[in-house]
Design a protein around this ligand. Sequence first.
Ligand code: KG4
Ligand code: ZN
Length: 340
Amino acid sequence: MPQSPIFILGIESSCDDTSAAIIKDGKILANVVANQDVHKAYGGVVPELASRAHQQNIIPVVDEAIKQSGINKEEIAAVAFTNGPGLLGSLLVGSSFAKAFSLGMDIPLIEVNHMQGHILAHFIEEKDGSKNQPNFPFLCLTVSGGHTQIVKITNYFEMEVLGETIDDAAGEAFDKVAKMLELPYPGGPILDRKAQLGNPNKFEFTHPKVPGLNYSFSGLKTSVLYFLKAELKKNENFIKENINDICASVQKTIIDILFIELKKAIKETGINEIAIAGGVSANSELRKRLASFSKDYNIYIPKFEYCTDNAAMIAITGYYKFLQNDFTEQDVAPNARMKV
Ligand code: KG4
Ligand code: ZN
């Protein structure tokens, strides 16, 4: 075992958040995230603008993380970075920075799969020493803007996807419906807030029929679109007058769909350690619904700051890879479609 303490710098730049974090022996010291407001005007992430914003943000964000952690950069044992999946131009900024930092400081470079990072965020220890870590094996419902998966985790690195979406991700469904409702970007959290004020049983939307433990959300998106078109023909103020109920009903449908397959997976595997991860795990209704399982299962719900994209999850994954001497060469290239 390498000498303690081990400080790992984590870098995340796969989509539209630039983030840097410092972890000391698995414990969080700093987790700085710069969001990119530039996409608001376009109603979604514009890849070209995202990479430019990463380029501007990366140095100040890393600088701030090192400052907040109270360590000297010379103490960092290794730099871990997201190598995929994500937007290629965005990934290139983080990976190029990490390579340069590794070369300049003469420390190992560690590549991290973003989706594994979301899952291993459950192993981050808080500053006060508190932690709530799942026991192996556990199931994780990983729900983000680009992914919807049920994953069986056997150890830190052995992960098996039991089911996943065959089209849109759950986060994408939230965002696309929010856009139809003319809510500002990013739609998911705003739809969540409006849903809390509405009646989830007011409108009904159909569930997809997909074999196995897989998901589909593109049909829901289309049915919401046709529903809105039909209602707007009868009453042009329909959205305005019913916004909270529409949000609550769509949110309930998305979460119902997520839980039908998750319950099947629990039954099929017999595993009773259940976690959620990814941006959509910040959703208040999803968290409530999962918490209601806690009398039958051991439930793990991440802190809000570890749900959406952040570098702490990359640093913790990097830490476990460091312990295994699992390092990366300088010629590694980002992989936009990297699998779990
Ligand atoms: O993990 P993440 O930050 O980025 C990706 O790796 O995709 O997830 C972002 C997604 C977006 O689709 C966003 O709308 C969704 O997570 N999201 C939410 C909430 N907070 C973030 N969806 C529903 N309710 C929320 N509270
Ligand atoms: Zn993510």
